[in-house]
Design a protein. Structure first.
Length: 262
């Protein structure tokens, strides 16, 4: 082989290798799960935390938003549920209180495989007769070095209440100014054609526009569990799946695999 041909071949292989490396580096995916865990009770009421953890583990998420999370309440046998599930799934746990309850607290939980850079727990508006609600946010650092915002929330459940409208307006006012790509996940207690979801869609994009059904877990009839993201141009949906375990919870878990667009 002549030297010019060898040089050209070497150059070609080097360019291909660098191109492949760059392509690999540009593919950044985040596996996001939202799961209402029924205050840890399971539908049998037996607090089988391994059963709940198994649903999380089989989806292999990077980030989990959990709703109906008890912190050392009497009804949950004094479990710190998010820490217990973090230990079982080998993920870092964080609890955000929405209200004091039964000797402990009740609110949102987040599990993450990524390091947490900062967090905040935002109180959402509610009527005096209804339960307090919150939105728990973490800024996490991906392996790529990118920072993203992840928010878990649980909106008012009373069907006739207007609290959900006030709550989604507060979510928009609080989080849409974030300079980082953001993901919002949770049990929103609102169907896809409802006013609260329409208000959210002004700023957020839903990961499953076809509206996979999520409740009840034994025979899903409606969609009330969601994963949203923003800005729309920073994320691509790779896939969305629903995992329905009628014992682990009365809600199905929803997983979305999202690609961060550089």
């Amino acid at each position: 082989m002549t030297k010019p041909v060898l040089f050209i071949l070497t150059l070609f292989l080097t360019i291909n290798t660098l191109t492949a490396q760059n392509t690999t580096e540009e593919v950044i995916t985040v596996r996001v799960l939202t799961f209402n865990i029924l205050h840890g009770a399971t539908t049998k009421g037996n607090f089988d935390l391994d059963k709940i953890a198994s649903v999380i583990q089989k989806t292999n998420p990077d980030l989990v938003a959990m709703q109906e999370v008890d912190f050392k309440t009497k009804r949950a046998h004094n479990y710190d549920l998010v820490t217990e599930l973090g230990w079982r799934t080998k993920m870092a746990p964080l609890f955000g209180i929405a209200m004091p309850y039964d000797g402990g607290g009740y609110g949102e939980g987040i599990l993450t495989k990524m390091p947490i850079l900062s967090s905040r727990n935002v109180t959402l508006p509610h009527s005096p007769e209804n339960e307090p609600r919150a939105a728990l946010e973490v800024l996490v650092q991906l392996e790529s070095g990118d920072t993203i915002s992840f928010i878990g929330t649980h909106l008012e459940h009373q069907e006739t209440s207007t609290d959900r409208i006030d709550q989604v307006k507060t979510i928009n006012e609080t989080f849409v100014s974030c300079k980082y790509p953001s993901i919002l996940a949770g049990d929103l207690n609102a169907t896809p054609d409802s006013e609260p979801i329409s208000i959210l869609k002004k700023y957020w994009t839903v990961s499953d526009p076809k509206g996979v059904l999520t409740y009840p877990s034994n025979d899903p009839e409606i969609k009330i569990d969601y994963i949203f993201f923003r800005p729309a141009e920073k994320w691509q949906v790779i896939e969305t799946k629903v995992f329905c375990d009628e014992i682990a919870s009365d809600h199905c878990a929803v997983l979305s695999v999202l690609k961060l667009v550089k």
